[in-house]
Write a protein that binds this ligand. Structure first.
Ligand code: ZN
Length: 298
């Protein structure tokens, strides 16, 4: 399940909450109303205080202030950094408690499955924003260490206070870049929520039109070639081209044969943002899916 709710999404389930459920969380300087129920232990109700560093949860602010913060910070291995944010890869098997707490937190804002019973088989990519007051937890995405379905992303979340800053696009771009480095063509786990679909569609549009504009004018490009070059699976490319009105059917197969002028018109009409959010120079290290481990040399 790939899921990201945008800044305008409605907290549909919030009004259904019983008084015994958690209604808001306190995370750093933010007080955030929750959207959905999450299986925290039943003695935790209404207000929940969460440590930004270890994601431990407490019933009171004083308990949070005095808790013993376990583990280093940031956690995991840095895989991306730019002037505004860093992304850290965390192995669910090695950081089981942290990742359990991450899943419990994310379930407060996701209405479908986010809490895994097999956390050890997932990698978690945690996004921290660089702020004047230090690194702040923004969101994450998870993926299976080995997906037989070619899923490069399982769940995705950006906390409500950080939406509208393209952090979701950054996470999606990184998920595809990691897959590309592993020679993988893939996509998000299905089904997508409406919000998740909206975010991925924006990414697919940007990636596909950028690829088309790289070619000379009136090049004929097959779907398979576009998939190979973008890392986006064929069915998602097919959908994107059809959605943008750039698909043709010729001699029994789908092809793209459009002038750059037409592509640029579509970009303008659909308000497609061509510039990626990710700075490719900010990618460091290698994903855990690669076979060797010479991280320090990269
Ligand atoms: Zn802590």
């Amino acid at each position: 399940m790939g899921k990201k709710a945008n800044a305008n999404a409605q907290p549909a389930a919030a009004s259904d909450k019983s008084p015994r459920q958690i209604t808001q969380i306190h995370l750093g300087s933010h007080r955030i109303a929750v959207w959905y129920a999450s299986p925290y232990p039943s003695e935790y109700q209404q207000d929940l205080y969460i440590c930004e560093r270890c994601l431990k949860y407490t019933k009171t602010a004083s308990a949070l202030h005095t808790h013993a913060c376990q583990g280093g910070y940031p956690r995991g291995r840095k895989i991306y950094e730019d002037g505004t944010a860093g992304v850290y890869e965390i192995d669910g098997k090695q950081e089981l408690l942290y990742c359990q707490n991450l899943c419990l937190l994310s379930k407060l804002f996701l209405d479908q499955k986010t809490v895994y019973y097999d956390i050890g088989s997932f990698l978690f990519y945690v996004l921290l924003a660089r702020t004047p007051r230090g690194l702040k937890f923004v969101g994450y995405f998870s993926k299976e260490k080995s997906s037989v379905d070619g899923n490069l992303l399982a769940c995705i979340l950006v906390l409500p206070p950080f939406r509208g800053q393209n952090f979701g696009q950054l996470l999606i771009e990184i998920s595809y870049e990691l897959a590309r480095r592993d020679g993988m063509v893939g996509g998000p786990e299905q089904p997508l929520s409406p919000q998740g679909f909206h975010s991925f569609r924006a990414y697919w549009r940007r990636a596909v039109v950028n690829e088309l504009l790289k070619d000379g004018d009136m090049q004929i490009v097959s779907l398979a070639r576009l998939a190979e070059r973008t890392g986006i699976r064929t069915e998602d490319i097919l959908f994107t081209l059809d959605d943008l009105g750039l698909l043709e059917f010729w001699r029994g197969r789908h092809i793209v044969c459009v002038a750059n002028e037409t592509v640029r018109r579509v970009v303008s009409e659909r308000w497609i943002r061509l510039a990626p959010r990710m700075d490719i120079e900010g990618m460091v290290g290698r994903s855990a899916g690669t076979s060797d481990c010479d991280d320090d040399t990269l």
